[in-house]
Design a binder for this molecule. Structure first.
Ligand code: FES
Length: 69
C-alpha cells in the first residue's frame, strides 16, 4: 500500500527506513522525503509509528492517502 502518493512511498519503504533506525515522522521526512508535498501522509505515518507497526493494515489506519497499490 502507498503511504505517500506524492512521493510514491509504500509501507515497504517506511518499514525499511524504520529498520534502518528511523523512529519519528521527522526522520522519515528527512530520509524519504515523506510529506514533502501535500503533507497528507504525515498523519498516516505518525499512526504507523505510534501503533508500533509499520503496517497500515496492522495499525488500523483509515487515511485517504493510504491507498492500495
Ligand atoms: S501524500 Fe505525502 S506529500 Fe502528499
Amino acid at each position: 500500500m502507498y503511504v505517500c502518493v506524492c512521493q510514491a512511498l509504500t509501507e515497504k519503504d517506511v518499514h525499511s527506513a524504520v529498520a534502518q533506525g528511523c523512529n519519528s515522522v521527522r526522520e522519515l521526512k528527512h530520509k524519504l522525503g515523506l510529506g514533502a508535498e501535500c503533507g497528507r501522509c504525515l498523519s498516516c505515518a505518525k499512526g504507523m509509528l505510534q501503533n508500533g507497526t509499520t503496517s497500515i493494515v496492522g495499525a488500523g489506519i483509515q487515511h485517504p492517502t493510504c491507498m492500495t497499490e
